[in-house]
Ligand binder design. Structure first.
Ligand code: KMH
Ligand code: ZN
Length: 272
């Protein structure tokens, strides 16, 4: 099995400090959270940024400030910083694409529209074609976010059109209210239906985070954890930090004999 790549989704776009007092929001808080997550074993930081009021932002200035702070804090062992092009629900696609002009190594690429709680997270084919153009122009490697079984068909359609080319790194984001839940049978189905030349990981939302991560570790997938996806360590017990969630995955991987990839190894696997 390939070594296990752990991604930490440290902030997200939807949570507030009222919901999660330990959520990192400022560049300084994000730098500390990223450093701790990297020291715990994360190789990738999935990054959303906030403005001075803590609101989700896709502005270049906010991305620049957070990247600089994270890079400084992690000097000598800089993680892959994976920008979000999903942004906050309702954000215009032009704003979501804009940070790619900063040429990040990697960024998320959402593969379809879903209900997102009471909202709609819109990703039309025209949005996806525009995104893929910008990924190509900026030489950014996409991570494909898959929330529904049909999103694999969307990927295959875009492959057929010549819009997307292998290899693919797919992240199954399961358990969003309004999309596919995080049952293990669903994960199995998704893995079995990946296009050729794919690697995959799983990000379980809320109570699905841990069981899906455990399965992924033994199935040969990769794992994403973090406060963006889940603010609890266990039922009713708030997580203390992103690092605490990463540390648990490292312990589990060690117990079952799946080596964890360091940052250089993760770069080799993901960035082609
Ligand atoms: N905030 C969600 C609506 C991504 O980062 O690409 C979308 C999201 C996905 O978080
Ligand atoms: Zn995200």
């Amino acid at each position: 099995m390939e070594k296990l790549i752990i991604t930490a989704a440290i902030t997200g776009a939807e949570l507030t400090k009222a919901q999660c007092p330990v959520l990192p929001m400022t560049p300084e808080e994000q730098a500390k959270a990223a450093k701790e997550a990297v020291e715990a074993g994360a190789a990738v930081i999935h990054l959303h940024v906030r403005d001075e009021q803590g609101r989700p932002s896709q502005k270049l200035e906010h991305f620049k400030a957070s990247i600089e702070a994270i890079k400084n804090a992690c000097k000598g062992n800089e993680p892959i910083i994976q920008f979000s092009t999903g942004g906050a629900v309702g954000e215009a696609i032009a704003n979501r694409v804009a940070p790619l002009t900063l040429k990040p190594e990697m960024a998320s690429f959402n593969l379809g529209t879903i209900n997102f709680g009471e909202d709609i997270f819109v990703n039309t084919f025209s949005d996806m074609r525009a995104l893929s153009k910008s990924f190509r122009e900026n030489k950014t490697v996409p991570e494909f976010e898959i929330y529904e079984a049909g999103h694999l068909d969307n990927l295959k359609k875009l492959i057929k059109e010549g819009v997307l080319q292998a290899p693919f790194h797919c992240q199954f984001v399961l358990g969003v209210s309004g999309a596919l839940s995080g049952e293990i049978t669903s994960l199995n189905f998704l893995v079995q239906n990946l296009p050729p030349q794919s690697t995959w990981g799983v990000a379980g939302i809320g109570r699905y985070e841990l069981p899906l991560a455990v399965h992924s570790v033994v199935m040969g997938g990769h794992v994403r954890v973090g406060l963006e996806d889940n603010i609890f360590y266990s039922k009713g017990v708030p997580a203390k930090s992103n690092a605490q969630l990463v540390e648990r995955i490292v312990r589990i991987a060690n117990e079952v004999g799946r080596p964890v990839a360091n940052i250089a190894e993760a770069r080799k696997i993901l960035l082609h």
